[in-house]
Design a protein around this ligand. Structure first.
Ligand code: MN
Length: 583
C-alpha cells in the first residue's frame, strides 16, 4: 500500500516546477488523512494524489496542484481552513475553500436545473482553477463507483453527465469531458450501455485496422508536397458521445463516420490547409462535411479542420487536421492557453476570459459572436438561457429550502427571491432566513445562499421595497398590489411617485382596516382626493405652508414646510417629497 503512495508521489513530483511546495502539501495532506480509507480499501491519500496528478497532466500550476492535494483536508479531517491559510498562504487556502464550497452544492437530478447548476458552479468558483480541481476530483471518484450502493452510484453518474461533463466542455477540456462521461455512462444508463458495447467493440477494432492502412499513403503524398506531419494517429470516439450521436442517427452505426477518426498534426495553420487539399486530391470529400473550425472555432474555443472522405472500398472516414497548439487546447482547454503563454499567468488569463464583461474582452467577444451564429436556430428562450452563462458574473444563484435553484440578478434581495417563487409569497413575505439566520428583507444575496421566506397572511407589501428590489418582476408585482386595476395604472397624468399612492375610492376595504388613514382636504401636486394624513410632529393647520412626504402605506404625510423632521426626511429621500396645498 505504501508502495502505491510512494509511486504516485514520485510521478507527481517528477519535473515539477515547485517540488518543495508539492512535497510540503503532500506531507501535510498525508498526515491529516492518515488512517482514513477509501470505499475501495485504499489509503485515503491515494485520492488527493490522483486528483493532483490529473491536474498536473492538465498542465495546471503548482499552486493548483498543491490545492488539489489538500482539497479534502478541511472537510474530512480536524484541520481548519485557517491552518491551511497559515501553512500555505491565502491563494491556496482560497482554492481549497472554493472546492469544498462546491462540494456542498446539492444536486437533485432535475433536468431543467442542469443549466442553472453549471452557471452556479461558474459563479461560485471565482477562480476557475477551483473547477479544474473539482473536475479532477470527480474523475477519480468515478473510478470507485462500483464500491457504492447502486442508487448512490447512479446519482453521482447522472450528476457527472449533466453538470460536470458539460462544464468541462464549456471550459474546452475535451479530454476530461470524454473521460467523465465514459466513466459515468455504465452507471447512469446501465441498460443502454450494455446494449451498445457489444455492437461497437468489434467495429472499433476493424476501423482502427483500416485506418492504419491509410497512414503510409497519406505520409507519402504529404512528402511530395514537403509537409512533414508531426503525428498521425487514430482516436476512437468516446462511448457516451457515440451513444448520444447514435440517438440522432436512428441507431445506424454505419452513418457514424467518426467512430474512429484519423488525426493528423502538422506544424502550422498553413500546413493544415495544405494537408486538407492534399487529402481531397487523393480521396473525394463528402459534400457539406468539411468543417473549418480554424476559421470559425467552436464556442468553447475548439479549433481543427474536419473532413469526411470516401476512401478505399468506398468506406467513409473522418480526418481531423490541426497544429500541436490546437491539439493541446482541445485536450486541456483554457489551461493550455496558459501553458503556452506562461508570462501572463493562468490567473490573468482566466480572469480575462471569464470574469470581465465581454465588451472588454475581444477574445471572449469573438467566441460569443460565433456562438450567436450557432445558436441562431434556438428558440428565443433557449438562446437567452444559453447566452446568460456569459453574464453569470451579473447573476446570483440561490437555493430554495427544497434545493431548487433560483437565478437572480446581482444584488438581489429576499423580496426578489420571494416574488420569484410566487406572487403570494412575495405579497405576504414577513421575514427571511438566509443560511438559517434571520436576514433583513433588503439584504444582498450571494450565490449558494439558502433562502427561506416566512410568510404571514396579514403582512402586505411595503412601498419601501421598491427602493431595493432588483428584479422587474418584483417591481411590477409590488406596484400591481398598490394599484390592482388597469385603470389606476393608466392614470399617467399623475407624477410618477403619486401613482403608487392608493386612491381611496378603489381601496375602501383597506381603509376600514387601517383607521390611521383618512382622506385629507389637501391636494397633492394639484390632484384632489389623494390619501393624506397630518404629521403629528408639526400638526399643520389650514393656511400653513405645507409639503407632503410619501409614506409606505398611509399615503402622503403633510408637514409644515419648516418642520425639522421633514428636513431630515428630505435629505434622506428627496424623491419622496411632494408638493401639497390646502383645498
Ligand atoms: Mn475529493
Amino acid at each position: 500500500m505504501s508502495n502505491k503512495k510512494q509511486r504516485l508521489f514520485q510521478e507527481l513530483i517528477k519535473d515539477s516546477k515547485d517540488p518543495k511546495l508539492i512535497k510540503k502539501a503532500y506531507q501535510f495532506a498525508e498526515k491529516a488523512h492518515r488512517n482514513q480509507k477509501r470505499a475501495s480499501g485504499d489509503d485515503f491519500i491515494i485520492h488527493p494524489l490522483r486528483t493532483a496528478i490529473c491536474l498536473k497532466k492538465a498542465k495546471l500550476c503548482p499552486t493548483t496542484i498543491a490545492a488539489g492535494l489538500l482539497h479534502d483536508v478541511p472537510d474530512d479531517t480536524a484541520v481548519t481552513d485557517e491552518e491551511i491559510k497559515k501553512e500555505f498562504g491565502k491563494e491556496i487556502a482560497l482554492l481549497v475553500e472554493g472546492v469544498s464550497k462546491l462540494g456542498k452544492i446539492k444536486y437533485h437530478g432535475v433536468e431543467r436545473q442542469a443549466e442553472n447548476f453549471r452557471k452556479l458552479f461558474l459563479a461560485m468558483a471565482e477562480d476557475v482553477r477551483v473547477i479544474f480541481i473539482k473536475l479532477c476530483d470527480r474523475l477519480h471518484n468515478l473510478k470507485s463507483l462500483n464500491y457504492l450502493r447502486p442508487d448512490k452510484a447512479k446519482r453521482i453518474a447522472l450528476e457527472t453527465i449533466e453538470i460536470y461533463a458539460p462544464l468541462a466542455y464549456r471550459l474546452g477540456i475535451g479530454e476530461i469531458k470524454g473521460r467523465l462521461e465514459d466513466f459515468a455512462f455504465p452507471y447512469a444508463f446501465p441498460d443502454e450501455y450494455k446494449k451498445l458495447l457489444p455492437k461497437v467493440k468489434d467495429k472499433y477494432k476493424k476501423r482502427e485496422n483500416y485506418l492504419k492502412k491509410l497512414v503510409p499513403i497519406i505520409k507519402q503524398e504529404l512528402k511530395k508536397e514537403e509537409i512533414k506531419p508531426i503525428q498521425i494517429d487514430s482516436r476512437a470516439k468516446h462511448y457516451y458521445s457515440l451513444y448520444q450521436k447514435l440517438k440522432r442517427y436512428n441507431d445506424d452505426l454505419d452513418k457514424i463516420y467518426d467512430l474512429v477518426a484519423l488525426r493528423i498534426i502538422v506544424k502550422n495553420v498553413e500546413d493544415c490547409y495544405k494537408t486538407l487539399g492534399i487529402i481531397h486530391k487523393i480521396w473525394k470529400p463528402l459534400p457539406g462535411r468539411t468543417k473549418d473550425y480554424i476559421a470559425r472555432p467552436k464556442p468553447n474555443g475548439y479549433r481543427s479542420l474536419h473532413t469526411s472522405i470516401s476512401c478505399m472500398d468506398n468506406k467513409i472516414i473522418e480526418i481531423q487536421i490541426r497544429t500541436p497548439q490546437m491539439h493541446k487546447e482541445a485536450e486541456f482547454g483554457i489551461a493550455a492557453h496558459w501553458y503556452y503563454s506562461e508570462q501572463k499567468g493562468l490567473k490573468t488569463y482566466i480572469k480575462r476570459l471569464v470574469s470581465k464583461p465581454p465588451e472588454r474582452n475581444l477574445y471572449w467577444l469573438k467566441q460569443l459572436r460565433e456562438w450567436q451564429e450557432e445558436t441562431k436556430k434556438f428558440s428565443p428562450d433557449r438562446y437567452l438561457e444559453s447566452l446568460k452563462i456569459d453574464f453569470f458574473g451579473q447573476r446570483v444563484f440561490v437555493f430554495t429550502p427544497k434545493g431548487d435553484i433560483i437565478d437572480l440578478p446581482k444584488n438581489a434581495c429576499p423580496v426578489d427571491f420571494a416574488y420569484a417563487i410566487h406572487t403570494e409569497v412575495g405579497n405576504h413575505c414577513q421575514e427571511a432566513k438566509v443560511n438559517g439566520k434571520i436576514a433583513r428583507l433588503n439584504q444582498e444575496l450571494n450565490s449558494g445562499d439558502l433562502v427561506e421566506i416566512i410568510t404571514n397572511k396579514k403582512r402586505t407589501p411595503s412601498r419601501d421595497w421598491l427602493d431595493f428590489v432588483k428584479t422587474s418582476l418584483a417591481k411590477i408585482r409590488i406596484k400591481k398590489w398598490f394599484s390592482p386595476t388597469e385603470q389606476t395604472e393608466k392614470k399617467v397624468s399623475l407624477p410618477k411617485i403619486l401613482s403608487f399612492i392608493p386612491i381611496p375610492v378603489k381601496k375602501e376595504k383597506k381603509l376600514k382596516e387601517e383607521k390611521a388613514l383618512k382622506k385629507g382636504s389637501v391636494s397633492l401636486a394639484g390632484e384632489k382626493g389623494m390619501l393624506t394624513n397630518i404629521a403629528k410632529c408639526c400638526l399643520p393647520q389650514p393656511g400653513d405652508k405645507i409639503i407632503g412626504y410619501v409614506t409606505k402605506s398611509k399615503g402622503a404625510t403633510i408637514h409644515k414646510i419648516d418642520c425639522s423632521n421633514l428636513k431630515r426626511l428630505k435629505e434622506k429621500w428627496p424623491q419622496k417629497i411632494i408638493k401639497a396645498t390646502w383645498d
